[in-house]
Design a protein around this ligand. Structure first.
Ligand SMILES: Nc1nc2c(c(=O)[nH]1)N[C@H]1C(S)=C(S)[C@@H](COP(=O)(O)O)O[C@H]1N2
Ligand SMILES: [Mo]
Length: 565
């Protein structure tokens, strides 16, 4: 290699593998540029009020992907990724787009038309994703089209395979690389003015106007940086002002019937135990919305129909005008594993669901309310749980603030005692009063149960088991829940010893979790700690492990701990 370079007069032609890599780099840059420009135009258009948020190709691709995801995959993602599912989807999309870009580049190198055909396929998929969003017209494709044009234009910098230097004997090569130019860019950019044609065998290699490898690499770099910059900029443009602005303008009614919290006694002062009330920013989030539904209070309406005597449509001002209650309720996800954190407790403000249903007057035989958001998520709730006197709310407030957008703004359901997937519909806009034997809700279709009372359970927050603790007084503590029944006792077991009662906090009602603490006099050694709860009806938490599918996990939360002298 070294002798060849020294012997010949021009730089060596790059091997085919590296030329392919160059083409792939330009292809990736073309995709990055296309998306960056499309995202920027979509964001600007959204900002100016011309486009819906769905004009963003990334947003619509992500949501369309979730929509076509088969049930088993959705279950797997919810189970193993939990709240990281959107992050994982984003990473998967990025990887797919990079690979697609590389393929476009390599195809373009082989044949221009093949490359453009691949671009067209990508554009059609993205266009389909955008148009498949509800209420989106062809005009929303403009950002995508402009981005694709920019990306396709960048592909002209892919050096074609036909321009690869032939493996010709050295003496047949260009005598003066400056005069003739080579694919590696030693000639003049663009070739204009170069005395082309002096040697026809070389002229074919250094065809005038063909991009050199160096130009290709420069185009890849500039395209990638420009695309990333445009994409980054698009993220700085405040997105759909709609929901956020609408929320900022909300004034929750001041006249609210609150709960008497004077008897509440918490363990909030014990470090490491979950606080009794979960701040909104720390509250877990689980849903099928890749990007947040953008409802405004002006748009919002709930339609109550189906097996009712009176069909009702209620809007936001009418909902706020109804008597307002604030109730603390602990929400739990059915996918919460033993010891998991898909649980949180908040003060919810809203109107009573039973009173609203009382006005709609469900017909004889109805046993279910199928609630839905505007994107097609559905949820089946037993009519009885909504009308038996418990504090089921159409909530507009969470911990004193208007409902955060990610927790269902402007209106969601909160029903004490039921897992979220069968009761807590966010962005709720539709209630069909019906029968369980007539409908199937979103997760039920995917193998989860139709009804979902929350299972009695408990979690150990401290110690964490990550680090050894010192012998002596060790605080063991956490939370326990049996929404709408209430927790009577929490017990701790060390190895196979007796179950010992922990001290339990005093909650505001049976609808929230309790905190608990147990002071353990620990001697040096290695131990297994377990906790279990007993509810106010005397039932003990099930010790046998079961998976979260179809209706919630059972089993004790336990951990190993080392106590040092
Ligand atoms: N519209 C809508 N509402 C939904 C869901 C959803 O996917 N879409 N997920 C439900 C599930 S499974 C749970 S556990 C709770 C979680 O509510 P949070 O995100 O406010 O904690 O919302 C419920 N409401
Ligand atoms: Mo859930």
């Amino acid at each position: 290699m070294a002798t060849v370079t020294a012997d010949r007069q021009g730089p060596p032609a790059a091997p085919p593998a590296r030329r392919r890599l160059t083409a792939a780099a330009v292809g990736v840059a073309a995709v990055v540029l296309a998306i960056g420009i499309a995202e920027l135009i979509a964001a600007l258009g959204n900002w100016f009020g011309w486009f819906e948020p769905e004009a963003s190709p990334l947003r619509s691709l992500g949501q369309a992907f979730i929509d076509v995801t088969p049930g088993w995959l959705a279950n797997w993602a919810k189970e193993t990724l939990g709240t990281a599912d959107k992050l994982a989807l984003g990473a998967g999309m990025a990887l797919t787009l990079v690979l697609a870009g590389a393929l476009v580049g390599v195809l373009t190198r082989v044949h221009r038309l093949a490359g453009l055909a691949a671009v067209l396929v990508l554009a059609v998929v993205a266009g389909w994703a955008i148009l498949s969003r509800p209420g989106i017209g062809a005009g929303e494709l403009l950002p995508l089209v402009l981005g694709v044009l920019a990306g396709a234009w960048l592909l002209r910098f892919v050096p074609p395979r036909s321009a690869d230097a032939p493996a010709a004997p050295l003496d047949e090569r260009a005598p003066d690389p400056v005069a003739v130019g080579t694919p590696d860019g030693a000639g003049e950019p663009g070739g204009a003015g170069a005395p082309v044609g002096a040697d026809t065998s070389v002229g074919a290699v250094a065809d005038v106007g063909l991009p050199t490898r160096r130009e290709a690499l420069r185009a890849a770099g500039v395209g990638t940086v420009a695309g990333a910059a445009a994409g980054g900029l698009s993220r700085l443009i405040p997105s759909t002002a709609a929901a956020k602005q609408s929320r900022a303008a909300v004034q929750l009614p001041a006249k609210v019937q609150t709960q008497n919290e004077s008897a509440v006694r918490t363990f909030d002062d014990i470090p490491g135990i979950s606080s009794y009330v979960t701040p909104n920013a720390d509250f877990y989030r689980i849903d099928t919305a890749f990007t947040l539904p953008q409802l405004t209070t002006a748009d919002w309406k709930l339609r109550i129909h189906g097996m009712v005597e009176n069909e009702i449509v209620i809007d936001y001002p009418a909902l706020l005008a109804r008597p307002q209650q604030e109730r603390m309720v602990t929400l739990t996800c059915v996918s919460n594993p033993r010891g998991g954190d898909l649980i949180g407790n908040a003060r919810w403000q809203g109107a009573r669901i039973d009173e609203l249903l009382g006005q709609a007057k469900p017909l004889q035989g109805a046993d279910c309310v199928l609630s839905a958001d505007a994107t097609g998520f559905t949820c089946s709730t037993p009519l009885e749980a909504l009308t038996d006197g418990r504090d089921a709310l159409l909530a507009v407030g969470m911990n004193g603030a208007p409902l955060p957008v990610e927790h269902g703004f402007p209106v969601r359901m909160v029903v004490p005692g039921l897992y979220g997937f069968v009761s807590a519909t966010k962005w709720v806009v539709d209630w069909e009063v019906t029968r369980f034997d007539k409908v199937e809700a979103y997760w039920t279709r995917n193998g989860w149960s139709a009804r979902g009372p929350i299972k009695l359970s408990s979690r150990m927050d401290i110690p964490t088991g990550d680090q050894p603790v010192s012998a002596g007084q060790v605080r063991v503590g956490g939370v326990a829940w049996a929404q709408h029944t209430g927790i009577a006792r929490v017990q701790v077991q060390i190895d196979d010893g007796p179950w010992r009662d922990a001290e339990v906090s005093r909650p505001v009602s049976v609808d929230t979790w309790v905190q608990w603490v147990y002071n353990w006099d620990a001697a040096p050694g290695h131990y297994t700690l377990r906790c279990r709860a007993i509810d106010r009806k005397g039932a003990a938490q099930i010790g046998e492990d079961s998976s979260t599918v179809p209706d919630g996990a059972t089993g004790y939360h336990q951990l190993g701990i080392t106590v040092t002298a």
